[in-house]
Design a protein around this ligand. Structure first.
Ligand code: KG4
Ligand code: ZN
Length: 341
């Protein structure tokens, strides 16, 4: 079975072709980051309009690169949520229309299920069950993944997501959008120990996260200091260290509590080098196998949507003739294929 996947939930327009036998055949992406940069964050209406402009040419390219004619596509998967509703509607409308025109099934996919399954596109895919840390711009959560569609959330952020905290702190430091990668780059020249930031919620039992206090601590610490280049780097380094230590400590706790021996890390912040280094150390200490998607599949992409869609379409699941777009959609309401209500 060969599936066209479409992603338009936020500020990336992407299309990919996944084949059940041959694997990933193509993936194309256009990022709107530069367009939104002058506003300091994603402007939803601009995002939707740009998806309209970009999506069809990207689908053409993805099909051409996959050497695939439309009649060779057996199903179309698209991100149906969570995300910006206008942006989601663009991908949903195009996907549903193409599937209808081609006489093929369409399926709305959960964006976070895509992120969780992204490591399965790699050469050493995880086996079910596994523990997952999902750290993106909109979500921070720890989940036990028993099988496709069986996700038990055991910890999550009570306020800002980890990526959001990176982005907001980057903004405070005057860095361009998107802030996470820019802050991580600046942190490299930071000196250790120049600032002290809290490790939120580590002193409490449980697996939930909270990052908004950390952002406030940065505001307070930088209020009366001269923010020259070196000082900004020092702040970036300590901020990153605080987030990374908090994430790693909760992963260690979750592994002990659940007895799981594999940890899958997904979502944009999973591309962070410092997080990867510290998690590798945890893996060695705790005998935990740590698996990631390749860095370009940590952030938003259509390969993960094509793959998640393939897994469900191949089990006979598909939608009726309607376009689905759900801005808020809790991950733990998903069910395994064919058991969906
Ligand atoms: O998964 P993703 O592409 O989009 C969402 O679904 O949210 O994640 C984007 C988030 C942004 O907050 C971005 O700043 C962050 O991931 N991010 C990073 C890095 N690369 C992306 N944060 C820290 N370090 C990075 N290297
Ligand atoms: Zn995402």
């Amino acid at each position: 079975m060969r599936v066209l996947g479409i992603e338009t939930s936020c500020d990336e327009t992407a299309a990919a072709v996944y084949d059940g036998q041959a694997g990933l055949l193509s993936h194309c992406l256009h990022t709107q980051a530069q367009m939104h940069a002058e506003y300091g964050g994603v402007v939803p209406e601009l995002a939707s309009r740009d998806h309209v402009r970009r999506l069809l040419p990207l689908i053409h390219t993805a099909l051409a690169e996959a050497n695939t004619q439309p009649e060779q596509i057996d199903g179309v998967a698209y991100t149906a949520g969570p995300g910006l509703v206008g942006a989601l509607l663009v991908g949903g409308a195009v996907a549903r229309s193409l599937a209808f025109a081609w006489g093929r099934p369409a399926l709305g996919v959960h964006h976070l299920e895509g992120h969780l399954l992204a490591p399965m596109l790699e050469a050493t895919p995880p086996d079910f069950p596994f523990l997952a840390l999902l750290v993106s711009g909109g979500h921070t959560l720890l989940a036990v993944v028993r099988e496709l569609g069986d996700y038990r959330i055991i910890g999550q952020s009570l306020d800002d997501a980890a990526g959001e905290a990176f982005d907001k702190t980057a903004k405070l430091l005057g860095l361009p959008y998107p802030g996470g990668p820019a802050l991580a780059a600046l942190a490299r020249s930071g000196r250790p120990g120049k600032f002290q930031f809290p490790r939120p919620m580590l002193d409490r039992p449980g697996l939930d996260f909270s990052f908004s206090g950390l952002k406030t601590a940065v505001v307070v610490a930088t209020r009366d200091v001269q923010l020259d280049e070196q000082t900004r780097a020092d702040v970036a380094r300590e901020f990153q260290q605080a987030v990374v230590e908090t994430l790693v400590a909760k992963c260690a706790r979750a592994a002990t509590q659940t007895g799981m021996s594999t940890l899958v890390v997904a979502g944009g912040v999973g591309a962070n080098e410092s997080l990867r280094t510290e998690l590798a150390a945890l893996g060695r200490r705790a005998g935990l196998k740590i698996l990631y998607p390749r860095p370009e599949f940590c952030t938003d992409n259509a390969a993960m949507i094509a793959y998640a869609g393939y897994r469900r379409l191949a089990r006979g699941e598909h939608d009726e003739l309607k376009i689905r777009a759900t801005a808020r959609w809790p991950l733990d309401t998903l069910r395994p294929p064919l058991h969906s209500s």
